[in-house]
Every structure is written in C-alpha cells, then in structure tokens.
Design a protein around this ligand. Structure first.
Ligand code: ATP
Ligand code: MG
Length: 322
C-alpha cells in the first residue's frame, strides 16, 4: 500500500490557509483505503525560528487538536510529533554526509535569506536534510506538497539516489503530489495567508475574537451605495473559498449591484466560517482542554512511527558498518 506522508510546522496556530490548503486535502486522501497515511507535527523544524518552549508546546497541542477536530482518525493514520521519534536526527547526520554543499546553498529558503546571512543558523541551512530524513525514514512514496516545497522534495530524491547508488535500494524515491486545484488563501491584508505574515484567520478562535479578525480584513473605502468589484476584494475571495456556489453567486451580484457594504459582506463571511466549521470548532475546544488525551493519542502514534523508524535505521546502520 503506497504510503503518504505529510507534516506541518507548528510555528503558530493552524489557520484557514493551512486548513483549506493542506489539512482538509490531506485528510481526504487519508480517508481513501488505498493509502497508508503518516501525518506528523514538525516540531523540530520550528526550532529554527521559535525558541520559546512554552509557545512551542502550545502550538503543537493546537495543531494536534486541529488535525483531530478536522477528522483525522488516529486509528487509521499514524499521527506523531517529529521530536518524539529522535531516530530522525540520527538519520539527518547520515544523510548530511551524502548532501553536496551547493545543493543546500541553492535551496530557495536559504537563498532568500542570503542578504541576512548572520541570521542564518546551521539548522536553517540544513533544514532540507531534516525534511529528507522525515520522508526517507518512513519510506514515504507520496508527499503532498505546495509548489514552494517542490525543490525540497527534489533534494530529498537526490540525497536518496546518491545513497542508494552506493548501498543498494534502501530508500524509496518519494513522489511529490501537487494539487493545482488548491487555491492560495489570502490573509486579512491580501498577501498569502501565512503565520509569518501575522495576517491569518484562526478558525478555532472563540467566536468574539474570530469575528474581530474577520472585521479587520482590508477593503477599499467604497461607500455602501457604490458598486464594488468582487474580484479584487479579499472578503469576497475568502467567502468564495468557504461558501457554497449559490451563496457565492448571490454575494457577487450584491457587490456589483451596490447598496451592499463591506461590513455586511464580512458578517456573512463570519457566519459562513462559523457554520462550515461548527463541528470542527466544537471538537477543537474539547481536544484542547484535555491535554492528557492528546498526549495519549500522540504517544500511541509515536509508538507506531518508532517501529518503522527503528527498522529503517537498523538497515542504514548495517549498510554503513555501524
Ligand atoms: P510559515 O509562515 O511558517 O511558512 P505558513 O502559515 O505559511 O507558515 P506552512 O507551515 O508554510 O504555513 O504551510 C503548511 C501547509 O499549509 C503547506 O502545505 C502550505 O502549502 C499550506 N498553506 C499555507 N498557507 C497557505 C495559504 N495561504 N493557502 C493555501 N495553502 C496554504
Ligand atoms: Mg509557509
């Protein structure tokens, strides 16, 4: 059975972009009986930017609660924290000895920061090796990724190929799975919604705070009476990602007709988010208030993941003469 593996960084609470762009599509795949799915919380990766231990712990629990609230079934999916299977760190060392320096130096994530080199830690530089280890340790066949992660997957394949050429076919070569139908969700300022841009909509917030966020979405200053362009409006874009076709059509007509204000559009967006995620929000609130239950679920996933990791590492050690 082909294995699908995916991980999400926990540098903040999961937001609407993560939910629509990664979590729900992954859970849809996981629901198919044809796949063996591994989903992990990439809490080691977060150390490159996030140094506060309490904050990290909170984000990890929030991410775990969000996955479960959105329907992850821990009996079917191997669900674990990256840090709790430390075999991945040992594998990073082995793989790093098969990774040419220029390959890392050419990685976009590193190159983007080339003008601020003093802020680049060795951890950030070798970040793609940790990602390769995440994938190769568990023999993942398919890795759902956004376009921004495609290069990292190529690096993973190159490292695996280099190792396999010397030691035989140890690692599976993972395939990227890109779903071009997944839209980029805009943040409240119109840029791509991203934790690092602080422009996110956290759908699991209490109602009052969530409403405040929705009301902060930027718009132009057209009056209620004026006709508005739905296609350049962030509120409409977000609405069209969460509402049903009939309601989207109605809002589009309201925009062009005039006599319909942004405040009203925001109220409708807010109501639709509440409605669409009502079950998930309720479950999230339950999970997040019962940490010992979350721990229990994660630990059982970590035990399953460890079995695979130990087996892979023992093969690698044997190949390398350790
Ligand atoms: P960071 O700011 O740390 O990069 P992020 O908010 O961009 O965080 P990631 O951890 O980079 O989130 O992304 C996790 C997953 O969510 C990825 O698969 C990514 O493609 C998806 N994703 C993130 N933001 C969006 C978005 N705005 N629209 C659609 N998908 C998104
Ligand atoms: Mg990102």
């Amino acid at each position: 059975m082909p294995r699908i593996l995916t991980g999400i960084q926990c540098t903040g609470r999961p937001h609407l972009g993560n939910v629509l762009g990664a979590m729900l599509p992954t859970l849809e795949l996981a629901a198919k009986p044809t796949y063996d799915t591994f989903i992990f919380l990439a809490d080691l990766h977060t150390l490159t930017t996030l140094k506060d231990s309490q904050e990290r712990r909170n984000y990890v629990y929030a991410a775990a609660a969000a996955w479960l609230a959105l329907g992850l079934d821990p009996a079917k999916v191997t669900f674990y924290r990256q840090s709790k299977v430390p075999a991945v760190c040992e594998l990073v060392w082995y793989l790093s000895c098969f990774t040419p320096y220029p390959m890392l130096a050419n990685a976009h994530a590193f190159k983007d920061k080339a003008d601020r080199m003093s802020m680049v830690s060795a951890g950030l530089f070798t970040y793609p090796i940790l990602m390769a280890a995440d994938i190769l340790l568990y023999h993942a066949d398919i890795v759902p990724v956004g376009k921004d992660q495609l290069q990292h997957l190529e690096i993973t394949r190159d490292i695996a190929t280099s190792f396999n050429q010397q030691y035989g076919p140890v690692f599976h070569l993972p395939q990227a799975l890109i779903d071009n139908s997944i839209a980029t969700v805009p943040g409240i300022d119109g840029q791509k919604m991203s934790k690092s841009y602080h422009n996110t909509i956290d759908i699991f917030l209490p109602e009052k705070e969530l409403r405040k966020l929705v009301m902060r979405i930027q718009t132009d200053s057209k009056s209620v009476a004026e006709s508005k362009d739905p296609d350049t409006c962030i509120v409409f874009k977000l609405y069209s990602l969460v509402a049903n076709t009939t309601d989207i059509d109605t809002m589009r007509k309201n925009y062009t007709a005039g006599g319909y204000g942004y405040g009203q559009a925001k109220e409708e967006l807010f109501a639709t988010i509440l409605e669409r995620f009502a079950v998930a929000r309720e479950k999230f609130a339950q999970y997040i208030t019962d940490i010992s239950n979350l721990e229990k679920i994660l630990m059982s996933g970590e035990a399953k993941a460890s079995v695979v990791a130990t087996e892979t590492l023992s093969t690698i050690r044997g190949k390398l003469g350790y």
